[in-house]
Write a protein that binds this ligand. Sequence first.
Ligand SMILES: [Zn+2]
Length: 223
Amino acid sequence: MKPKQTENLGIEPSAKQTQKMKKDFMMRHPGLDANLRIQEAFDKLKSGNQRFMQGKLSQWNVAERRKELVSGQSPFAMIVDCADSRTTPEFVFDARLGDLFIVRKAGNYLEPGDLGSLEYAAEHLKVPLLVVMGHQSCGAIKAACGSSTAEGNLGAVVKALQPAVQAANKDPEKAALENVKLQIQKIRQESQTIRKLEQEGKLMIVGAYYVLESGEVKFFTES
Ligand SMILES: [Zn+2]
């Protein structure tokens, strides 16, 4: 049986007209496509964190997903996170394999190589959202508040965190927040690639603070 033809009464635009309207709209709002990608990525992180807080992680097929990813990756967010084992982003945001591009280090501070990793994801993988996440009871921050020196390579960590410690008057929880702000500033100052993408509206940088007790990630956008 032939499907019934729907009569175009001139009220609804034809497919061609719709296409043209969309094109015109995008021409008038060039940043919209990027805005939608940013908003979508941000919503995914927030809803994933809600599921994590409620202890209701989504189910997905690991073997299938692994196969899907052999030909390439397309993560929707970059996360700069502490190495602390309690802050694992794939859990905290209930994300799957290949969803998040993560740079992790004790005290979530950034060095040139880390910025290079982020630039790769921003420029080549077109990831629209960058989250710098500090957390409650950070051992690295606590150590840096207690002393500006430490034995071995840990010395480099406490040294790198000193600007945040000073800005927070050695209060560890405040220093964790200051550190997030300082790392965001650093990204903007030292990465021309990311700064340009942000200025063009293709990428959004967001600060975040993970609360160990509740599992909540609090986002803040101030620089
Ligand atoms: Zn930490």
